[in-house]
Design a protein around this ligand. Structure first.
Ligand code: GRF
Length: 224
């Protein structure tokens, strides 16, 4: 019998990735050998370095600059047209630095996810690493979540925790967290593309199937 891949082009889901800058999470998704097709990368900034990375991977790119529109609504209308051209099953925000209106979020309910560099619900918003250091927390991390109109507070899909070390600066801590972002974001997209993961009808709870829960404790600083 001829080998038939489990995820052929007919059953494969497609995703659109939205970026604003460096694009390292986008790159992690492109290089993760996911069981889905990345249909396009869209940036709200023409100078986003991530665009060139996407092009090197042969992915269609597009710029929808917020500066070309008088208000948030008209920018989002243009963004939605750009996204919907590809009819994606999933829209993945990867360092996309625009706040989205409840209307936009509702349009993509259950198929809009984000990666955030903190253990939500702690440290929503910006400068998460500097704020965590200032507070003296010993454990920090990153979160992939469904996007709702409550900024950085949508239902959580997966988190990774890292220790905060004595001599950390915002930069060293950011680098430690970013390594984990590059692991958990592809994992979340992988689950979504395999239909292991979805948001419940109320848009409040993550439903996750067939996922192991090893239950390892991270204690920082370590016990002696
Ligand atoms: C990441 O830390 C991500 O968690 C946050 O913005 C940063 C984007 O970095 N939302 P990159 O563009 O993916 O390299």
């Amino acid at each position: 019998m001829r080998y038939k891949p489990k995820f052929d082009n007919v059953t494969r889901k497609s995703i659109v990735i939205l970026i604003s800058g460096r694009g390292s999470n986008m790159q992690a998704l492109l290089e993760a050998n996911l069981p889905c097709r990345v249909a396009a990368v869209i940036s709200n900034r023409a100078d986003a370095p991530g665009l060139a990375i996407a092009e090197r991977h042969g992915i269609a790119t597009q710029v929808v600059s917020h500066r070309d529109y008088p208000d948030r609504e008209s920018f989002e209308a243009a963004l939605a047209v750009a996204i919907d051209r590809y009819q994606p099953d999933l829209v993945a925000l990867a360092g996309f630095m625009r706040i989205l209106t409840p209307n936009f979020v509702a349009r993509y309910q259950g198929r809009l996810i984000n990666i955030h560099p903190s253990l939500l619900p702690a440290y929503g918003g910006l400068d998460t690493h500097a704020r965590a250091l200032k507070d003296g927390v010993k454990i920090h991390g990153c979160t992939v979540h469904f996007v709702t109109s409550d900024l950085d507070h949508g239902p959580i899909i997966i988190q990774a925790a890292v220790p905060v070390l004595m001599n950390d600066t915002p930069e060293t801590l950011a680098a430690r967290v970013l390594r984990e972002e590059h692991r958990i974001y592809p994992q979340a997209v992988n689950w979504f593309c395999r239909d292991y993961l979805r948001l419940d009808a109320d848009g409040k709870k993550v439903l996750l199937n067939r996922v192991e829960q090893p239950g390892i404790t991270l204690i920082a600083p370590g016990l002696k």
